[in-house]
Design a protein around this ligand. Structure first.
Ligand SMILES: C[S@@+](CC[C@H](N)C(=O)[O-])C[C@H]1O[C@@H](n2cnc3c(N)ncnc32)[C@H](O)[C@@H]1O
Ligand SMILES: [Zn+2]
Length: 284
């Protein structure tokens, strides 16, 4: 039998779960037209790209991240850089009925992609505002549905998801509350004080930014959701020179830094907090 193209696979997947989509402009239900376009009754149209991803933002904002950053991030993540985090996320997802999973701010998609290989799900969707990230995700994976979309105005109906992942990315808690089912689970991953300290120390030595605290971020999460679980992930990851270059290229920490001035270190600290929350008054 002829293998389906990425576009046909995506069209079938979207058609099967069309009930969760809504138009991000007029908020009407959507339907799939000719296996190539999502349309609403007001004729707003969103094309399915050859690689199977959808673009559902009106005017693509220029992302601060380019294709080479996402490729560096993908190489590093696929080499197992965050393997402890992924094991922890897998454990949380495995204990639940994992039907609809959203990765909000998925970047180049590696976290969601490897979780979809490990857990049961009906539909796994990664959204990101950066088209370059979504393109890189769609190129490397055909299990998830990848969509260029804004976390502040997502193209999904109320209570569409059992899980929302939000890994090292900005959040929009009003939108997350709208999207999550009453008994659904939000998982937010934030850096801890020692996250990549070997790089942080080189860039911020002698400045106020040398000390980083996630307390405000955690407080905001606790105000929005009932915190059901909080886990620290600490790991010390050995790096080759290539991996080190990928790391300094892909991390937002080095955004305004001169990369040449950062000297090679063969090990870095991973320090992450995993926050697991639910809507207030739900039993986990
Ligand atoms: C540091 S990256 C993390 C990506 C991915 N979760 C990971 O851990 O590899 C932050 C991501 O958030 C995305 N982002 C920022 N603002 C966004 C928004 N309003 N809607 C969707 N994505 C957004 C960026 O494009 C970027 O890919
Ligand atoms: Zn519309």
């Amino acid at each position: 039998m002829k293998k389906l193209s990425k576009k046909q696979l995506a069209a079938n997947r979207i058609d099967e779960h069309i009930q969760i989509f809504k138009c991000p402009i007029c908020h009407k239900s959507m339907s799939l037209k000719d296996e190539t376009q999502l349309t609403c009754s007001n004729n707003h149209m969103y094309d399915l790209a050859k690689q199977g991803y959808l673009n559902m933002v009106q005017q693509g904002k220029k992302s601060q991240y380019d294709q080479s950053l996402f490729q560096a991030r993908q190489r590093l993540i696929k080499s197992g850089f965050y393997h402890k985090l992924l094991n922890q996320l897998e454990m949380i997802l495995k204990n639940q009925s994992t039907h609809y999973i959203l990765d909000a701010g998925c970047g180049e998609g590696s976290h969601l992609s490897s979780l979809l290989e490990r857990v049961n799900y009906s539909m796994g969707i990664g959204i990101d505002l950066a088209k370059e990230g979504i393109q890189t995700a769609a190129k490397g994976d055909e299990q998830g549905q990848w969509i260029v979309a804004d976390i502040a105005n997502t193209p999904f109906k109320d209570q569409a998801f059992n899980f929302i992942l939000n890994i090292l990315s900005p959040s929009n808690y009003d939108e997350f509350k709208r999207l999550i089912k009453d008994d659904g689970i939000i998982i937010k991953v934030v850096p801890g004080a020692n996250y990549l300290k070997e790089i942080r120390e080189q860039i911020f030595e002698g400045t106020e930014q040398i000390d980083y605290s996630n307390e405000q971020t955690i407080k905001r999460f606790e105000e929005a959701f009932q915190l059901k679980q909080r886990e620290n992930i600490t790991d010390y990851v050995s790096l080759s020179e290539e991996q080190f270059h990928d790391l300094i290229h892909m991390t937002p920490l080095t955004q305004d830094a001169e990369l040449e001035a950062i000297h090679f270190v063969d090990q870095v600290t991973i320090d992450l907090e995993v926050l697991v929350g639910q809507k207030i008054n739900q039993t986990y």
